[in-house]
Write a protein that binds this ligand. Structure first.
Ligand code: GTP
Ligand code: MG
Length: 440
């Protein structure tokens, strides 16, 4: 047999054969084992609340879980949208639930209305999970899964239409999280307006290609109720932490001068529908969709980005070793290319600096030559002046010596002829006239 035939033979899946059992074996208790294991392990559920400040997020969470979570009121002056998670341990019967409520504080208040922090937060939770999965020693069993299972998007009850911020945000989030849109403070809008508002919202979501979470209809047990509830979206809800006496019962309600809005009355609002769909019927589907759809998409994109693929171009099965080698080679050649680029850059820089230095040197040399010429010219002029001055000094000295010789001769003559005064006076005046003539 050829090697390829052998390979084909060993890769072929054997057809399973049905056999009947001779008696009770016990593996029909597998679902019970699963339930028991899950109950022991506990569950986690993470809700992201997106809606403008004061829209009623905290009140609705308190109403939904029938408790009081510690929350701080947000101010309208937050500098940016910040995601604030709070985790609580809840217990109902023997089931433990680790509930995380994440508040998008400051959403809709900024001038620069950016949904990026919300997207980044959701991605960061996926990344944490992926990192745990990729660890050599991973502990997914007791890992606190913080991936967002549902985003409750609170729509302002304007009765008009969705804001562009709502559409942009939901569009950015719809491939990352299950979105359930809800009309908040539904008691502030009339019944007929509410009906039109719901139709308008759904129309806008469809025309803008926003994918909201659809309650699943593939499980027979819940298909009917889920299909009916899908038609009621978006749910119009009212939240309240107050209890009011209606008849002889205390109920959660909002009391107004003209009447009482009962939170759990389906004629007043869709709160019960939301609670049923979110918690009682579809909580597990939301968790599963998060893992199998949204996280899977994130994981696939991330691994592809890292160079992993299921099969290479020739449909050969994926080999981790080969991918690693290929990635390593790619990285090394990139490193080499970068190194070469940097070396070339350095050489060019050195050349440029060398040229600049040479130019500077030439300029300096020229300057020096010019100064030298100027200096020589000056020196020559000074030399000439010095010579002229010397000549003048010599001439002066000669004349001075001649005058002194004449003077001494004259004095000598005067001392020999003291009586000839008149004649001498004339002579003296004659000398002085000589003086005045000869001395400049
Ligand atoms: P921040 O966390 O500060 O952004 O506010 P929030 O969105 O958590 O709103 P919160 O629940 O604190 O409610 C703000 C105000 O709205 C409170 O006075 C609530 O009583 C009121 N409120 C909450 N839910 C409803 C509702 O369904 N209808 C009406 N009419 N008022 C509501
Ligand atoms: Mg709040």
């Amino acid at each position: 047999m050829a090697a390829t035939d052998l390979e084909r033979f060993s890769n072929a899946e054997p057809e399973p054969r049905s056999l009947s059992l001779g008696g009770h074996v016990g593996f029909d208790s597998l679902p019970d084992q699963l339930v028991s294991k899950s109950v022991t392990q506990g569950f986690s559920f993470n809700i992201l609340c997106v809606g403008e400040t004061g829209i009623g997020k905290s009140t609705l969470m308190n109403t939904l879980f029938n408790t009081t979570f510690e929350t701080e009121e947000a101010s309208h002056h937050e500098e940016c949208v910040c995601l604030r998670p709070q985790t609580y341990d809840l217990q109902e019967s023997n089931v433990q639930l680790k509930l995380t409520i994440v508040d998008a504080v400051g959403f809709g208040d900024q001038i620069n209305k950016d949904e990026r922090p919300i997207v980044d937060y959701i991605d960061a939770q996926f990344e944490n999970y992926l990192q745990e999965e990729l660890k050599i020693r991973r502990s997914l069993f007791d890992y606190h899964d913080t991936r967002i299972h549902v985003c409750l998007y609170f729509i302002t009850p304007t009765g008009h239409s969705l804001k562009s911020l709502d559409l942009v945000t939901m569009k950015k989030l719809d491939s990352k999280v299950n979105i359930i849109p809800i009309i908040a403070k539904a008691d502030t809008i009339s019944k007929s307006e509410l009906h039109k508002f719901k139709i308008k919202i759904m129309g806008e979501l469809v025309s803008n290609g926003v994918q909201i979470y659809q309650f699943p209809t593939d499980d027979e047990a819940v298909a009917e109720i889920n299909a009916v509830m899908n038609a009621h979206l978006p749910f119009a809800v009212v939240g309240s932490t107050e209890e009011v006496k209606v008849g002889n019962k205390l109920v959660r309600a909002r009391q107004y001068p003209w009447g009482v809005v009962q939170v759990e009355n389906e004629n007043h609002c869709d709160f019960v529908k939301l609670r049923e769909m979110l918690i009682r019927v579809n909580m597990e589907d939301l968790r599963e969709q998060t893992h199998s759809r949204h996280y899977e998409l994130y994981r696939r994109c991330k691994l592809e980005e890292m160079g992993f693929q299921d099969s290479d171009g020739d449909s050969q099965p994926f080999s981790l070793q080969e991918t690693y080698e290929a990635k390593r080679k790619e990285f090394l050649s990139e490193l080499q290319r970068k190194e070469e680029e940097m070396r070339q850059m350095f050489v060019n820089k050195v050349k440029e600096t060398e040229l600049e230095l040479k130019e500077k040197e030439r300029e300096l040399h020229e300057k020096f030559e010019h100064l030298k010429r100027v200096h020589q010219e000056e020196k020559r002029k000074v030399e000439e002046k010095r010579r002229e001055l010397e000549e003048e000094t010599n001439a002066f000295n000669r004349r001075k010596a001649a005058v002194e010789a004449l003077q001494s001769q004259a004095l000598h003559t005067t001392s020999q002829q003291p009586l000839r005064k008149d004649k001498d006076k004339k002579k003296a005046s004659g000398w002085s006239s000589i003086y005045s003539v000869t001395i400049p």
